[in-house]
Design a protein around this ligand. Structure first.
Ligand code: ADP
Ligand code: MG
Length: 383
């Protein structure tokens, strides 16, 4: 969808190229995050896509066509642009800001009106409360939301976002990131997103382009990047806690042990003992008549129980549970917090799905790292 072919930009009088031989492709409907230290060429890269700057050499293709051979106005109407300080027009209301491009395109009043209202709702702003406000009357987070709404106004297939959430406090930033991820699920734009924050890159990107001194150092999925950084620069840039970061990309179902013996709380002691005989595990999951998890029984306690006094007084509730959309990072955090080595995963209905074990997290991550290591030279030709 967007293709950079050996793109170089050298500003007049500069010794070094701001962008140096950049080649990569951004797939339709995906977010490519450009990340790297200040001055590495991220903004320059973005500004060449909507022709604020032209490359010194190389080509940028949007939809297979060189952008230099496209009409500049048509090109820009197909590209939404969001920048850090929002670039909202201070003397325009929120409504007028969002309506900018539709007005340029000559839409009729009715269509503009309904589009602006739709967009404000889409970015989480009540139109009745905000449409008439001026930018100075908005919080940082609200301004950014208006900036995003304005960029989306004419429904452009491409979005360029330059540190869009950089100027707000951390809590608002997290909120805006989450909202934008949800929004992107709906609108499926092709996005070039710039940040200097590796955590934001990992969170927002389908693919991440790490740049240094104008050059592309690695272009990979967040998972690949964390498991197999291309060189020392990348490894250092993503940080020594990369093994923890990779955990946040992996949902718990990846390591879920599903084959689990589940026994009803009304079962006979014989059934409980037979279940222990049939498993190596030292715990049974206990559920009620409605198949909701009530807790567990240990092998030791089941041994102590007698038919006369009942075994179910030994049922202990799990100290904590996880929903299936939790990540391995959540699982690890909760394990450390509760000092347990295993956590049950349950639907919100309390239906039991399986257990996550600390040991399984450890070996899954260990194996993932091993698989990502490059083949030792000489061993086995690539097929
Ligand atoms: N308009 C400009 N004129 C001259 N040099 C520029 C201009 N814009 C950026 N540069 C230089 O190009 C390099 C890359 O800048 P930029 O693309 O803004 O980096 P980033 O967005 O990664 O911080 C820097 O050395 C910067 O000083
Ligand atoms: Mg920049």
């Amino acid at each position: 969808m967007i293709r950079f072919k050996n793109v170089t930009k050298r500003y007049p009088g500069m010794v070094r190229s701001a962008v140096d031989g950049l080649s990569l492709e951004v797939n339709q409907g995906e977010t490519c995050v450009f990340v790297g230290p200040s001055g590495c060429g991220k903004t320059t890269t973005l500004k060449m896509v909507n022709r604020i700057f032209e490359p010194t050499s190389g080509e940028i293709l949007v939809n297979g066509e060189n952008i230099l051979s496209q009409d500049q106005d048509t090109l820009r109407q197909g590209i939404g642009y969001v920048i850090q300080k929002t670039g909202l027009f201070p003397h325009y209301t929120v409504f007028e800001n969002v309506a900018t491009v539709p007005r340029l395109l000559g839409w009729d009043h009715q269509r503009i009106n309904s589009r602006v209202h739709e967009l404000l709702r889409l970015v989480g702003l009540d139109p009745d409360e905000n449409a008439h406000k001026y930018p100075r009357e908005l919080s940082g987070g609200q301004s950014q939301r208006v900036g995003v709404a304005r960029a989306l106004a004419a429904d452009p297939p491409v979005m360029l976002m330059d540190e869009p959430f950089g100027a707000v406090d951390p809590i608002t930033r997290t909120q805006l990131q989450n909202e934008f991820l949800t929004l992107q699920q709906k609108v499926r734009k092709t996005i070039c997103f710039v940040t200097h924050d590796i955590d934001e890159a990992i969170k927002m990107g389908n693919r991440i382009a790490i740049m240094n001194n104008g050059r592309l150092v690695q272009y990979d999925t967040p998972e690949k990047l964390l498991l197999a950084p291309a060189d020392d620069f990348v490894a250092e840039f993503i940080g020594s806690d990369r093994s923890l970061k990779v955990l946040s990309l992996l949902p718990v179902p990846k390591v879920l042990k599903r084959q689990f013996r589940v026994v009803k709380e009304t079962a006979e002691l014989e059934t409980v003992r037979a279940s222990f005989d049939a498993t190596e595990r030292n715990r049974l999951v206990i559920e009620d008549e409605n198949s909701n998890v009530v807790g567990y029984v240990t092998r030791g306690d089941a041994g102590k129980a007698s038919s006369a006094r009942g075994w179910n007084r030994f049922i202990k509730p799990f100290p904590t549970t996880l929903p299936p959309e939790a990540t391995l990072r959540d699982a690890l955090a909760v394990m450390l917090q509760h000092d347990v080595g295993a956590i049950p995963v349950m639907e919100h209905t309390r239906k039991f799905l399986g257990m996550v074990y600390l040991d399984d997290i450890r070996s899954y991550v260990g194996e993932a790292y091993q698989e990502s290591e490059p083949e030792p030279a000489g061993e086995g030709a690539p097929s």
